[in-house]
Design a protein around this ligand. Structure first.
Ligand code: ZN
Length: 289
């Protein structure tokens, strides 16, 4: 058992199944950088372990993950200890590595990965579940990305939305900031199976055991065949391009506010619209939104 602070990691079934558990239940497994770095380390550990065939990713407590940690004392302390240079370049480098980069790396692991999701899986929560090969959801699971309506950005940094929700539903969920429940997510093909809350762990493990019995080469060929098809349809390039749009959004609001958006207090709901309205008024235009 490795020594982690923000996650749990262990193996079972003679080492063939690894489990990574996000372990900040009191914060609904909100993601600050040290947690993400531990998740990345654990995924790479599983990848490097020749016994591991399947990796389960789950979250302790009532919710899988509530998204980026925008303002807990631990997140603020980390940011103070690891100050970024000002400017769009440093933010972009950070997001390319820790957000889009980590999620893409996990999606491309050669081991089969399964997300075990309960409660809220919203905003950056999606960046943990979507890279997994299979998603098993409890009946109480809810999926959505309120980032555009809250922060004035196109969505979270791993822009899987059109690929996972479908283009039309992606626009609806991003424009309105609504969530869909597990049943709807299964209907649109985003979730593989929906199970009762109290059966989630057991059902996920049962599926992991079926996959772990497969010939490892067959599992690998299936995974890579599907992934390369998505990549050739443009998924990789689209995600890279959207990260540039996303960072244009950060830069836009940074310009309007003199960089205040970096403060969690200014990231609360409605602030971005307020800034945009003020900029419209300052420019002598009718408030448009
Ligand atoms: Zn961002």
């Amino acid at each position: 058992m490795a020594s982690y602070k923000w996650i749990l990691y262990g193996t079972q079934d003679e080492g063939t199944i690894a489990k990574i558990t996000l372990n900040r239940p009191e914060r609904r497994n909100a993601q600050h950088e040290p947690l993400l770095r531990e998740v990345n380390d654990a995924f790479l550990k599983a990848e490097a372990d020749p016994n591991v065939r399947v990796v389960i990713l789950t979250g302790a407590g009532p919710s899988f993950s509530s998204g980026h940690d925008l303002g807990s004392p631990e997140a603020i302390e980390w940011r103070e200890q690891h100050p970024r240079k000002p400017g769009a370049e440093a933010r972009y480098r950070h997001e390319l590595e820790v957000f889009l980069g980590f999620s893409r790396r996990w999606r491309d692991l050669t081991k089969i990965t399964i997300a075990q999701v309960q409660g809220y899986c919203v905003a950056a929560g999606l960046m943990l579940a979507w890279p997994c090969d299979l998603i098993i959801a409890a009946e109480d699971a809810k999926f959505g990305d309120p980032v555009p309506v809250r922060l004035g950005l196109p969505g979270v940094e791993y822009f899987g939305h059109p690929w996972e929700f479908g283009a039309r539903k992606a626009k609806e969920l991003l424009l309105l900031g609504d969530t869909i429940d597990a049943k709807k997510a299964e209907q649109i093909g985003m979730v593989n199976k929906v199970v009762p809350v109290d059966k989630l762990e057991e059902e996920t493990l049962a599926i992991a055991r079926r996959v772990a019995k497969l010939d490892t080469s067959a599992a690998l060929w299936v995974k890579q065949a599907v992934n390369v098809t998505q990549d050739m349809q443009g998924m990789w390039n689209a995600m890279q391009t959207v990260l540039w749009i996303h960072n244009l959004g950060h830069a836009h609001h940074g310009e309007l506010t003199g960089g205040k958006q970096a403060s969690s207090a200014n990231m609360r709901e409605g602030k971005v619209s307020e800034w945009t309205r003020k900029a419209d008024v300052a420019a002598g235009r009718q408030a448009g939104i």
